[in-house]
Design a protein around this ligand. Structure first.
Ligand SMILES: [Mn+2]
Length: 536
């Protein structure tokens, strides 16, 4: 196949991002679903599929347990599509954030035993449910844990099958950052390969849910995640999942869809019901076929989303004075379901790690979030001795413990010496603003998108531009104009709201992302300025 040449600017950006060879660059830019790897290249995936195959052929009762957030719901949706397609006997359950954490409760195992279940598949959760896994081993319930969270592997009982990139050093690089739903997608593809009757291509029809899950969990958009997200975005406008189509229609989204559309409009609505203790609503929306029922569920989702919005806004208002604190907030009034949202808002706003916990008379439950570059898991390891459970990702963790350890945990937290690896001075390469054209900006975006974690919109450096604060209105406080070498003027706005807008007439070096907005055939170029320095 003849390949399009990569333009010098794109080449420079990709090289800066660590892609060395021509091959790697073409792979990054053009790889499609035919480049997705075989499921059985993933450690223990074959064993996991064989275990479920046996259960299906023996007509054993299968129980599916999933997390109640967007990733978890998409993961459950996918496995449910598979189990339905092969007419397996199964039931399922989602985690309710309000009265339990995202781990499997030990009591559930006794109930399953009594009801005659012999296989438990947990998706997007389960890897830290040591007590439940142990109990399952004793009760002879085989567990297939399909998870992507971190855990202490030494505590895992041996008889179960664990598929989790955090447990395997030999996990292939391209799939290392899969979401929970991404791992389930590979799993059902694997099932289709070993159990005849249904083609693995059938499940490609639901690939858009994997796209949602990757964005919901803020996973890097590199490797196969990039393929899954790009392909998912392309398929979203034509999705055959009726409830999802309804959600999209109600948000008035117009194709082509961007990662931003998904992150701002779709994902929060699938996530809210779980936060408010009713994750089933979101799952039902994805599985429902009846138009009337879909409308009802859609309305209910809007209602919970507004409720979540108000609850978070009120809580953020209460926490206004926390700006100068040590990032440790524990309160009896916060609902456990929104600790994660609050922690991530605060850590984004103040650019440092935050622990937000909900305390009751005897228990403390909460979420920890950090800006990218931090490794919470490493830093917080010593807290393990106080925790009933603690796990998650390097920048997002959850925990549960007895409230009697609160002060010890607070003291430990306040002593931590945080050292973020990521430095604020990052940029892709120098690019003078005089070189910007609508065509160039379009080319950059069309080749590099989708943007997100691991593949951000490119940042350029341009030195010595002049600032003109002309005609700045009150509601455009963060915006000003700059001129580069050829005196062309560019509207600019300062994205970082903690630094002051430069003065009229100043010469500055800017780190910027160019944007082009089209309006009936005319392009307006403007610059998003991430930081600036006074020119020397
Ligand atoms: Mn997840």
């Amino acid at each position: 196949m003849e390949r399009q040449a990569i333009s010098p600017l794109i080449r420079k950006i990709l090289a800066e991002r660590g892609l060395k060879t021509e091959e790697e660059m073409h792979e990054f830019l053009h790889a499609g679903i035919s480049s997705l790897s075989e499921p059985f290249t993933i450690p223990r995936m074959g064993e996991a599929c064989e275990t479920l195959k046996k259960a299906i052929l023996n007509r054993e009762k299968i129980f599916v347990y999933g997390d109640g957030d967007t990733d978890g719901i998409c993961a459950v949706f996918l496995i449910l599509k598979y189990l339905e397609a092969v007419s397996a006997e199964f039931s399922l359950r989602l985690t309710h954030r309000l009265d339990e954490d995202y781990e499997i409760e030990e009591d559930l195992i006794a109930d399953l035993k009594q009801e005659g279940y012999s296989v438990l598949v947990s998706v997007d959760c389960g890897i830290s449910s040591f007590a439940a896994l142990k109990k399952a081993e004793k009760e002879d319930i085989r567990c297939i844990v399909l998870d992507h969270h971190m855990c202490n592997s030494l505590r895992l009982p041996e008889s179960h099958v664990y598929v989790d990139p955090c447990l395997a050093d030999d996990w292939p690089e391209g799939t290392r950052n899969l979401s929970g739903a991404g791992i389930v997608f590979k799993f059902i593809e694997g099932m289709a390969l070993i159990l005849p009757g249904i083609s693995e291509k059938y499940f490609y029809n639901f690939m858009e849910t994997v796209c949602l899950s990757v964005l919901a969990d803020f996973l890097p958009l590199t490797g196969e995640n990039r393929i899954l997200v790009r392909e998912g975005l392309r398929r979203l406008p034509f999705t055959g999942i009726k409830g999802l189509a309804h959600l999209i229609e109600k948000q008035n989204l117009r194709p082509p869809f961007t990662t931003r559309d998904v992150s701002m409009k779709i994902n929060p609505r699938l996530n809210s019901p779980g936060r408010m203790g009713k994750p089933e609503i979101a799952l039902d929306l994805l599985t429902e076929d009846d138009e009337d029922r879909i409308r009802e569920l859609g309305d209910e989702i809007e209602k919970t989303d507004r409720l979540r919005y108000r609850t978070v806004a009120r809580e953020m208002e209460n926490l206004q004075h926390h700006r100068k604190d040590k990032g440790f907030i524990v309160s009896e009034s916060i609902s456990p379901g929104i600790c994660g949202v609050i922690a991530s808002r605060l850590s984004g706003k103040y650019n440092k790690p935050y622990l937000v916990g909900a305390a009751t008379q005897d228990s403390l439950k909460g979420s920890i979030r950090a800006p990218r570059g931090y490794n919470l898991y490493e830093k917080l390891k010593p807290l393990g001795e106080y925790m009933l459970s603690m796990g998650g990702h390097p920048c997002a963790m959850g925990f549960k413990c007895s409230v009697k350890h609160l002060e010890k945990i607070r003291r430990f937290w306040e002593e931590i010496d945080w050292d973020a690896e990521e430095s604020g001075e990052y940029y892709d390469c120098e690019l003078g603003v005089e070189e910007l054209t609508p065509e160039l900006i379009k080319e950059i975006d069309e080749t590099l998108e989708p943007y997100g974690k691991g593949n951000p919109a490119p940042v350029f450096l341009c030195r010595g531009v002049a600032v003109k604060n002309i005609a700045r209105s009150r509601n455009e406080e963060r915006s000003f104009w700059i001129t580069g070498k050829n005196d062309r003027m560019f509207e600019s706005f300062l994205a970082d709201d903690s630094s002051a807008v430069p003065e009229n007439g100043e010469r500055i070096d800017i780190f910027y992302t160019p944007r082009a907005r089209e309006n009936s055939g005319l392009y307006r170029l403007y610059l998003k300025i991430l930081r600036y320095l006074r020119s020397s």
